[in-house]
Design a protein around this ligand. Structure first.
Ligand SMILES: [Zn+2]
Length: 296
C-alpha cells in the first residue's frame, strides 16, 4: 500500500498515477485532488487514518476525471466536506457528463463514458485564484489555463503543486501528445512558473517531485512545442482534424488503442490547430463537406 511521502512541514504526497497532496495546518487537512476512482480514494483514506488525519476540505485543481474521481468516496465518509475548484471546472465536476460531452461533441456513446472520462458527480463550489484559506489551510492558487479551461496550481510555503500544468519526464515520454484545450495558454502557463521565486519542491500532477522547477518547465515546453511542430508539419497538405491526428501519431510514434485516447488526442490536436490558425500559420477551409486545416 502506498504511503505518504513527507515533502515539507505539513505537506504530504500520496503518490499514484495521479498524485494527491495532503496539506496540514493548525488542525486543517486539505486534500488536493482525489485521484481517479474509489480504489485510489480508499487507499488515500487508509493512509489518512494511519496518520490520524481527518480531511477538512478538498480542492480539485481541475475537472478531469482522474483528479476528482475519488471525491464521491471521501464524501461517503465525510458527508459535509467542502469541495472547491476553479469555477468553470466546478461546473463540470457538478455535471461530469460535460467532460465526455465536450470531448465527443455530442452525448457520448458508452465507450466514452468510462471512469477515465466520466467521474461520479460531486457538489463543488467555485473558488477564486489568489491567497485563500480552504478547510483551515492557507494556500495560494495560481491560474494555469491551457491543459484544462481553468486550472489552478497550488503554493503551500515553498512547495508548488503544478497540477497538470507540468508533467514529469516519464509521463511526458509515455504520452508525447499532452492533453490540452488551449495549447498557447498551456505554454504561457508553464512558462509563468519560471517567474516564481522561492520554490523548493515542485510536484507535478503525474510524476515525481523535483527540486529543479526550471528544468521541468523546459522539458515540458520543449514537449509542447514538439507537438505544435508536428501538427504544423501534418497540415502541409490540407486535412481534416482526424487525418492531422493520424499523421501526428505517425510522426510521434503514438499507437491509440481505445476510443477515449482518440477523443483526448483529437482535442489536443484541435487546440494546436487553433493556436496555429491564430498565428496565421494554418487556415480553415470547407471542401467536399470536410473541415480542412492546411498551411497552403
Ligand atoms: Zn488533467
Amino acid at each position: 500500500m502506498p504511503e505518504f511521502l513527507s515533502l515539507s512541514p505539513g505537506a504530504f504526497l500520496f503518490p499514484a498515477a495521479v498524485n494527491s497532496l495532503v496539506l496540514v495546518q493548525d488542525g486543517g487537512v486539505l486534500i488536493v485532488d482525489t485521484g481517479l476512482d474509489d480504489s485510489h480514494a480508499r487507499k488515500l483514506l487508509r493512509a489518512l487514518d494511519a496518520q490520524q488525519l481527518a480531511p477538512t476540505a478538498i480542492l480539485n485543481t481541475h475537472s478531469h476525471a482522474d483528479h476528482h474521481g475519488g471525491n464521491a468516496t471521501l464524501l461517503k465518509r465525510f458527508a459535509n466536506l467542502p469541495i472547491y475548484a476553479p469555477s468553470l471546472e466546478a461546473a463540470i465536476i457538478n455535471h461530469p457528463l460535460l467532460e465526455p460531452l465536450y470531448l465527443y461533441g455530442a452525448h457520448p456513446p458508452k465507450a466514452l463514458r468510462s471512469k477515465f472520462l466520466l467521474a461520479p458527480a460531486s457538489p463543488v463550489q467555485g473558488v477564486e485564484a489568489g491567497r485563500v484559506t480552504l478547510g483551515g489551510v492557507d494556500v495560494e492558487l495560481l491560474n494555469m489555463p491551457g491543459h484544462a479551461s481553468q486550472m489552478y496550481a497550488v503554493r503551500f510555503g515553498e512547495l508548488l503543486y503544478a497540477a497538470d500544468a507540468l508533467f514529469g519526464p516519464e509521463p511526458l515520454a509515455k504520452h508525447p501528445l499532452t492533453f490540452c484545450v488551449d495549447s498557447a495558454a498551456m505554454k504561457r502557463s508553464a512558462a509563468s512558473l519560471l517567474e516564481l521565486a522561492g520554490v523548493g519542491l515542485t510536484v507535478p500532477g503525474h510524476g515525481e517531485p523535483t527540486s529543479n522547477l526550471a528544468e521541468l518547465v523546459e522539458v515540458n515546453l520543449a514537449a509542447f512545442q514538439r507537438v505544435t511542430d508536428a501538427v504544423l508539419a501534418a497540415a502541409q497538405t490540407p486535412a481534416s482534424v482526424d487525418e492531422v491526428l493520424r499523421r501526428v501519431c505517425q510522426a510521434l510514434q503514438i499507437e491509440m488503442s481505445n476510443p477515449g485516447a482518440v477523443v483526448l488526442n483529437r482535442s489536443a490536436v484541435s487546440a494546436h490547430l487553433a493556436e496555429l490558425a491564430a498565428l496565421g500559420r494554418v487556415a480553415l477551409t470547407v471542401e467536399g463537406n470536410q473541415l480542412l486545416f492546411g498551411t497552403g
